[in-house]
Design a protein around this ligand. Sequence first.
Ligand code: SF4
Length: 523
Amino acid sequence: MSSGFGVVRSRGEKQRAIELEKKYKVSSGGLDSYADPPVDEHSIEFLRDCAMDRYQLLKAIDNAVSAGKKGDELDRAIREAEEKFNLRRVTVTDENYPSMTEDGSVRDSLSHHILRLAHCGGAGKDDEKNERSEKASRRNWFKQMETRLFEYRFRQLSRKEQRLFLASNPDYKSFRVPDREEVLLHQRELAATLESDHDFRNNEAKKRPDGKMTTPEFGRICQEISRQSDRWYAVEFEEVTKSLKTRSAYMVKGEAWVQKGAIVELVEKKFTSHLGLALAKTIRIWEKVKLNETNRLVPLLHSVVNGKSYAYTGPEGVVSIAKIEGTRDSFPLCMRQLYGALKKKHHLTHNGRRQLQLYLKGIGLPLEEAIVFWKTEFTKSPECSAEKFEKDYAYGIRHAYGKEGKRVNYTPHGCQQCIAADPGVRDDHGCPFKTLTCGEHKNGEKLHEMLTHMNISGGKSREIVDKAKNMHYQIACGMTFAALHNGKEIDAGVHTPHQYYAESRKILAPPEEKAEVEVVAAN
Ligand code: SF4
């Protein structure tokens, strides 16, 4: 079959695409920007394996980030996952061009494009509302993880490979890697601009034990850095004004010159923006794909999204309505917030219902009890009669359990999905470590109030709030867990609200509950 994902090409077009791909493979510096879908032919099984492996790779990145890994530790985790799932694009530099292992690069490109398509598939009419929000969150997650992977890979390239990548990808033509002679030619201007940068001077001074630096010392550092040819990159000025504080760039003959860290940030932003556009475009071609590939690619995409990697086969029946109330202390903050709002308002908006319904399913509440639980709460409101509940809300609960619509047993939302949510003022869903440290809550006081209300000490609460303000939401959640469980931590980090619950029950559950806890924790 064609792996051009159902897009019918003429023979001439296909030949041109193959030639382009070959050229690209030897000239792109070993890194793929995924601008074009692959054109080789592969079996459905091969495509499915590639897609599943990439999902595992992205999941491993997600887990590593959630566990608070960064810098070399995070790089090592990504590298190990690439190797484990045979998705490493090893560069082998020959005399003329760097290239990559054929197998790794083919699997890398195929798997990216299949997952991209799998995250953009359309929704059936009856499932439209639920599926739109599920898919938007998944697409966001996919974009974030792919960007992390790309950023890591770009940093791993040698300067020569980076030059080849930037030069061979039209999307990145506004970036360039100057050669040594050019850097030396502009050395005096670079030194002069560095010397006039107060922020740079302050940062350099901070590296000293006494935090001070004399003007001659600073001058020597500027001279030295301005001569380091592997440190500088030239960028069209427009890119800098869009993405960086202009003070991080130095104007040299009408072009902005930036240092290593800044170029990685700019290239990463460009990748995210192109991937966002590509995802939007992929949504539009979905209908065409469906028509051309009803019997081959469409079932594959469904199995990638709904198959073993995403399918939820968790425990059912280990939590009753009565037990929900008794185990509230094991709820993570997001679920305490939703549960509290439900008890207070006897209503939740659509996304809040979905997040809490799937979580309760994840901790083991069976469908029949879920219907009773939601009905009891909703009908406490004078605005919701039993008939209205049956008509407007019961379907959504059955849908979450895979008993309506496409009958997919939906997986409870992971932390990334909750974090990616964008709740409005009437909503209670999302991750409070994010929602209560941004927008009108950016001072973190509301979050601090919630944490102290849970008997977390003021000092500890401030530490957690600071972590959340720095956008380390899952780490802040892990710190909250430790504060509430006598300092015991979740070794693997917090990945999903129902995993938080299971880890908490391992500690807080009475002995007779332990066997059930093992079942929940295993899922
Ligand atoms: Fe919930 Fe995850 Fe946020 Fe913790 S980090 S509050 S479990 S979404």
